[in-house]
Design a protein around this ligand. Structure first.
Ligand code: 5GP
Ligand code: ZN
Length: 118
């Protein structure tokens, strides 16, 4: 079932941020949380989320400073994991492949990527 931006109590990634659901954390500061994807699509597959709930990228665009921090942190995390070539993905909306409606960036690396994406 799709979640709206107001339906935070049942949001999977809000529960991961709060620790209610366990995850393999790779980074945390006051605004951002990053953890390993449970179903990795590459040797390195990290999800980066804002601690504050936004349903998708469109929703998060109201806070461009936060989006900038997320982009810079994605690059730093990739670098720290030793992946020089990587892909940053934000599926925004169901038809774009978004399954969890809490804004997130995928950091994918460690293998050759195809283009165009499916
Ligand atoms: P989306 O399709 O919404 O862009 O990506 C959602 C991602 O969340 C998927 O890559 C999926 O594997 C990951 N995911 C779903 N449930 C969990 C979970 O419980 N824990 C973790 N760590 N990742 C999850
Ligand atoms: Zn959430």
């Amino acid at each position: 079932m799709e979640q709206s931006s107001k339906d935070q109590s049942s949001c999977l990634f809000c529960k991961i941020v709060s620790g209610q659901i366990p995850s393999k954390k790779v980074f945390e500061d006051d605004r951002i949380f990053a953890f390993e994807d449970i179903n990795p699509q590459a040797p390195t597959h990290i999800l980066l989320v804002p601690k504050k709930h936004f349903a998708d990228l469109h929703d998060g665009a109201g806070d461009p400073v936060l989006l900038g921090e997320m982009l810079a942190r994605s690059a730093a995390i990739a670098h720290e994991h030793g992946i020089r070539d990587y892909r940053l993905v934000a599926n925004s909306g169901k038809n774009a492949g978004q399954a969890v409606f809490h804004l997130h960036f995928h950091v994918l690396g460690g293998r050759r990527m195809g283009w165009p994406p499916g």
